[in-house]
Design a binder for this molecule. Structure first.
Ligand code: CO
Ligand code: CO
Ligand code: CO
Length: 346
């Protein structure tokens, strides 16, 4: 049976682009009384990818949740992407996902087959990650939503927060940018099928291999690049770590079609939100085009890992990532804190 209703037509925002801006989020959380527990080593006050709670000297529990409205019309693919994106926050802490719960909102217009395919996509991705979906919760609402609440484990001494970057580190990124611009353009019929297939494959790809390579090296800090874009997430890493992050714009991997669209002014709303969140802390050297900056502010759905490790290990880590089939590049480096959190260099 053909599905008559296009999933993305039921959604008002696409993927991680639906994420509430970082600025809005921190205002909403302002003044919250947070209970402390010495075992809670990463909590929500840190704006990190997941919370981490120490169980014993060998293991800590990593918990996170992520969900969003449909970013593609194929329900199985939507389920796979949403699951890969949710699982990614455990990888971003250096952990391994083990258990997950479905979070699902269905609308009256969705038929049973569509809903089943979304769930099947999620199960397949969780299985690939070595995690088990043990249950979940489903409600009816105005817009479809799907995602997971994920629990994983990490050694308490090997937790990778987004605030551990050190002067002398290099920054590696494991997926190219431009996903937000291209999915937005596709909604308007402005992106080719073959390009979109490349984007879909990338979004559905787990960050598992990238994480498995990363933990073999002495990474100091990690996050995944999602709704806040490369610059928003780098800004949080620079602030949290008390360092300055230099982004070497010429080495940042991106989909060339996204730059063409950015040059035409086709930018998702989330990119503007990200710009207004991070702009004050960013100094831009001359010769970096507005369109290229838009790529760096482009919200990613299920983006790659961004991690900092000693410069001396950078080359070997890049090689190991490529051997593992991960597209990765060195995109910057870390210095002592200066006037700006981030410096964009050519
Ligand atoms: Co994240
Ligand atoms: Co997240
Ligand atoms: Co992390």
């Amino acid at each position: 049976m053909e599905t008559e209703v296009k999933l993305t037509k039921l959604a008002s925002c696409a993927g991680c682009g639906a994420k509430v801006g970082a600025g809005t989020l921190s205002r909403l959380l302002e003044g919250f009384q947070s209970h402390s527990d010495p075992r809670l080593i990463v909590g929500y006050d840190k704006s990190d990818d997941a919370s981490v709670y120490v169980l014993d000297e060998h293991s800590a529990l990593v918990q996170t949740t992520d969900f969003f409205p449909p970013i593609v019309d194929d329900p199985f693919l939507y389920g796979s992407i949403a699951a890969a994106n949710a699982l990614s926050d455990v990888y971003a802490m250096g952990g391994e996902p083990k258990l997950a719960l479905n979070i699902l909102c269905v609308t009256e217009k969705m038929d049973a087959h569509t809903v089943q395919e979304i769930l099947r996509g999620g199960y397949a991705k969780a299985y690939e990650a070595g995690a088990i979906i043990t249950g979940g919760h489903t409600i009816q609402g105005a817009e479809p939503i799907y995602g997971l609440a994920v629990s994983g484990f990490v050694h308490p001494k090997r937790v990778l927060t987004n605030s551990g970057a050190q002067p002398g580190d290099v920054l590696l990124l494991t997926k190219p940018l431009g996903v937000g611009i291209l999915t937005t353009a596709h909604k308007a019929g402005l992106a080719e099928k073959t390009v979109m297939q490349r984007i879909y494959d990338q979004m559905a790809a787990l960050n598992r291999s990238a994480r498995d390579v990363m933990v073999r090296f002495s990474a100091h800090s990690c996050t995944d690049v999602t709704g806040f874009a490369l610059l928003g997430h780098s800004y949080e890493m620079a602030q949290g770590s008390g360092v300055t992050i230099h982004i070497t714009v010429g080495t940042v991997p991106f989909h060339p079609e996204a730059l063409e669209l950015a040059e035409m002014g086709l930018i998702p709303a989330g990119a503007y939100r990200n710009r207004s969140f991070a702009e004050a802390g960013i100094s831009v050297q001359s010769g970096i085009s507005r369109a290229m900056q838009d790529i760096l502010y482009d919200p990613q759905t299920s983006g790659g890992l961004l991690f900092a490790l000693p410069e001396s290990e950078g080359e070997a880590c890049l090689r190991a990532l490529r051997d593992a089939g991960v597209t990765a590049a060195a995109v910057g480096y870390v210095t002592e804190p200066g006037e700006n959190e981030i410096i964009l260099e050519k």
